[in-house]
Design a protein around this ligand. Structure first.
Ligand code: SF4
Length: 488
């Protein structure tokens, strides 16, 4: 091969040694010294991304919490009560006025929040999540946290433009075409999704279901009992399904009684051997995971028969807090496996940022499961990375961690058909580069070679140049990413 074709970034200036010239213990020592130098460089990069478990961050957040509690005239006891947070979600017309009293916002952030609340674009932040944001708006550490819930102007403008046709125009995954009955989505032979609650305590800007989720904890988000029972009956009539994903929205907003009822129905079905609960509550409002809830969920775990998985969505090490760790501990104590699905966006894709996340996740007792390429939705332009970056991260950053830390699979979602791996040429090919630098890929869906399905063509929403320019605006050195041009 030609190792010199990849411009060095991490090992630049570190002298490599030649195994053909030195042997035995001498070679072993030289290699170990070299790896030490590489390891120190990695540590230097990781220092840029503090986690919510670092003592300085914990201290900072105590002050943030106090500011919020003082503002509402509330107590520490209120803070630990998830229902108190539900009542004080920042949403609607007076959200901006309240937020401005609690954190500093840039002019652009203010404008976007104002527009979002005026045009009734899904927007909401829990007091708990707000306390993860730094007071100053420089986004040095909390960029991924702010970007998660504070929309950019481009997004609100597009959402406003599509107010009438949002339901179809923004359904990238084609869920309208893959739902055999209300509340159920099916893309695979052995798995089906159920969505028993169609809203969340707060809204992620890049939510793939922004075509159906209208706002935080919307009253109409709960289906009628008949609709829910019909969906559950559908599972009973389909012994082909072995794995059910309870998602939404946020299923943990449902009462324990309601969740228990749903789980009881699944437990009656011999063919259901795994139940996954897709929930972001440990990130947005960890106090919702009470001992009773964890115990109830865990009671459906039956060794040798059925497993319960809690699949969450942590985006940055900064979101991993002692409160999250506590909630995860409660679940794990009940025999529930806890996994993470990260969405790889412009806001958590800097060099070694996802490595820092993986380390923080493992410390919290969570295993990385998927790393999603964001859904290719135009309104999410400010979040999407070029395909090349996720592959570069895998090769040049993730690979430097012990295998037990990088257990997730990077995936690209093909409309209607679902997850596509993106590591090899059997999964995708680069077929063209447009004059503006955006690359065009041909995806070979998982179903190809099993059935006659068409490949899917996707054009990078953001070119490598646009991505690097955005990073530069945030203070990154594009040269640190130089080898990205070689990945496709
Ligand atoms: S938690 Fe999931 S369903 Fe809820 S807004 Fe975020 S991405 Fe959408």
């Amino acid at each position: 091969g030609r190792p010199s074709i990849y411009p060095s970034f991490l090992a630049e200036g570190i002298e490599y040694f030649d195994f053909s010239k030195i042997k035995g213990r001498e070679a072993g020592r030289a290699r170990s010294d070299y790896l030490d130098r590489l390891g120190s460089r990695i540590n230097r990069w990781l220092k840029r991304y503090p986690s919510g478990l670092d003592p300085e961050t914990i201290e900072k957040r105590k002050q943030n919490r106090k500011r919020i509690l003082d503002f509402f005239g509330a107590s520490l006891e209120d803070w630990q009560d998830y229902k108190w947070h539900y009542k004080h979600i920042f949403r609607g017309k007076d959200a901006l006025e309240k937020l401005e009293k609690l954190i500093m916002l840039t002019e652009e952030e203010k404008k976007a929040i104002k527009m979002a609340t005026e045009y009734r674009i899904p927007f909401g932040i829990t007091p708990y999540y707000l306390h993860l944001m730094d007071y100053e708006p420089h986004r040095k550490y909390d960029a991924a946290v702010r970007a998660q819930v504070i929309p950019p102007i481009h997004y609100v403008e597009n959402m406003a433009k599509h107010r009438q046709d949002r339901e179809y125009a923004m359904d990238f995954m084609g869920e309208h075409d893959t739902s055999p009955i209300d509340l159920v989505t099916r893309r695979y032979p052995k798995v089906a999704i159920i969505k028993p609650y169609d809203s969340c305590p707060q809204i992620c800007v890049y939510c793939q279901r922004n075509w159906e989720i209208t706002g935080p904890l919307e009253p109409g988000a709960m289906p009628s009992r008949e609709v829910l029972e019909a969906a559950l009956d559908w599972y009973a009539e389909h012994p082909q399904i072995m794995d059910v994903l309870i998602t939404g929205g946020e299923p943990l907003v449902l009462s324990d009684q309601m969740l228990e009822r749903i789980l009881e129905r699944f437990a009656e079905m011999e063919h259901i051997t795994s139940i996954r609960i897709a929930s972001r509550i440990v990130v947005t409002l960890p106090f919702r995971v009470t001992d009773e809830t964890a115990e109830m969920l865990g009671s459906f775990y039956e060794e040798g028969r059925r497993f319960i998985y809690y699949v969450t969505h942590v985006e940055s090490a900064y979101e991993i807090t002692p409160e999250l760790v506590e909630a995860v501990k409660k679940l794990r104590k009940q025999g529930i496996y806890v996994y993470n699905q990260q969405v790889f966006t412009q806001w958590n894709s800097r060099r070694f940022e996802t490595v820092a996340l993986r380390i923080a996740l493992k410390k919290a007792g969570i295993d990385p499961y998927y790393c999603f390429y964001p859904k290719g939705k135009w309104e999410h332009k400010d979040y999407i990375v070029p395909v090349a970056r996720i592959i570069q991260e895998r090769k040049e950053e993730a690979r430097l961690l012990p295998g037990i830390y990088r257990t997730e699979e990077p995936v690209f979602n093909v409309p209607r058909l679902g997850k596509n791996h993106l590591r090899s040429w059997q999964d995708h090919e680069l077929i063209m580069i447009r004059p503006d630098g955006r690359r065009v890929y041909l995806w070979h869906p998982w179903e190809k070679n099993i059935a006659l399905v068409n490949p899917y063509i996707y054009t990078d929403i953001v070119s490598i140049k646009m991505y690097l320019d955005n990073l530069k605006k945030r203070g990154e050195n594009p040269e640190d990413y130089q080898s990205i041009w070689y990945y496709y």
